[in-house]
Design a protein. Structure first.
Length: 331
């Protein structure tokens, strides 16, 4: 009925408003309220799955998405949200296909932008740039400017990348990512020893010793030097001081650096905590498998993966990983 569709639009408007304000808990409550009224409305189910994802309640989110697999085919919002989950797991090729499918179903500029964001980590910069140049707000939207800058950096257009980052900072002062990339571009113009001396000088200043932009560049320097232990410590420091949105990224970076530094026991603990929060992250899973082999804890890891697999249908692929580990133990 017409009045029902009007009510659904009103409920969706409230949900999207909360999403825009990044009020994930209230977005979850609003989606649940809407589902109480219309339990079979897939748009409200997708909104609830998205709210779970944003709160890092990934088992709940994946379980709900799995239940929507059949009904979601051919619905733009479903494919777009699948793309977000795949981007979270750094499965960029699959994410690109989902966002492309979403855009074929509904012509939304946001889907073009997310296609580009999926291509950038694959170093398909020219394709990503072509998508972003179709967006009317490319010179005023900070999120688009960030993606444009990354494309220009990848293509070696440093002057254009610098312009994008500077414009982003004009719109959104204090943006850590833009600040760190501008600094990185400046550092790369100097000889390595000069760059390191300049960065250390800035970090000694009381007002900048905890500057996230400087610390991120320092961590990258340490990795390039092969000093993964120092990089891990910096990422751990950043994780402790960052907000909930950035914390998982720094925790992942710290765990990977610990593994490469040969601090296997610390990496084992950190990676286990991360995989518990996100059992679908195959990068973390593979790193954990590698660390377990070094520590001789293959059987323990197989048991751990099986326990995670039993917790949610979305985690069932871990049964297969556990079987491979047990097969290798017997060989």
């Amino acid at each position: 009925m017409h009045w029902e569709e009007s009510e659904k639009r009103l409920l969706l408007s409230r949900i999207y408003d909360l999403k825009g304000r990044r009020d994930w808990e209230q977005m979850e409550e609003e989606a649940k309220t809407a589902l109480d009224r219309y339990p079979d409305e897939i748009r409200f189910e997708l909104a609830l799955a998205d709210a779970y994802r944003q709160q890092r309640r990934l088992e709940d989110a994946r379980s709900l998405m799995a239940s929507l697999k059949q009904r979601g085919q051919g619905i733009a919002d479903y494919h777009a949200l699948r793309g977000e989950f795949l981007l979270d797991a750094q499965r960029h090729r699959q994410a690109y296909q989902e966002f492309r499918q979403a855009h074929s179903l509904r012509d939304r500029p946001f889907y073009l932008k997310r296609q580009a964001d999926s291509l950038i980590p694959l170093k398909r910069y020219q394709e990503a740039l072509a998508l972003l140049m179709q967006l009317d707000d490319r010179d005023t939207n900070p999120y688009v400017l960030s993606s444009l800058a990354r494309c220009h950096e990848g293509l070696g257009h440093n002057d254009e990348a610098r312009r994008c980052y500077q414009e982003l900072l004009r719109i959104r002062p204090g943006d850590d990512f833009a600040s760190s990339r501008l600094l990185q571009l400046k550092v790369e113009e100097k000889r390595p020893e000069q760059a390191e001396q300049e960065l250390d000088r800035m970090l000694r200043l009381p007002s900048r010793r905890d500057d996230p932009a400087l610390l991120k560049v320092k961590a990258e320097q340490m990795k390039k030097r092969g000093d993964f232990a120092a990089a891990a410590d910096i990422y751990s420091r950043l994780a402790e001081s960052s907000d909930s949105g950035q914390r998982p990224f720094y925790q992942r970076m710290s765990a990977f650096a610990l593994s490469k530094a040969g601090r296997s026991q610390e990496a084992w603990v950190a990676l286990r905590k991360l995989i518990e929060k996100d059992p679908g992250d195959h990068y973390i899973r593979n790193a954990l498998v590698s660390v377990a082999r070094k520590l001789g804890r293959d059987a323990e890891l197989a048991d751990f993966f099986e326990s995670l697999a039993r917790q949610s249908p979305a985690n069932r692929p871990l049964f297969g990983v556990a079987r491979k580990i047990r097969k290798r133990i017997k060989e």
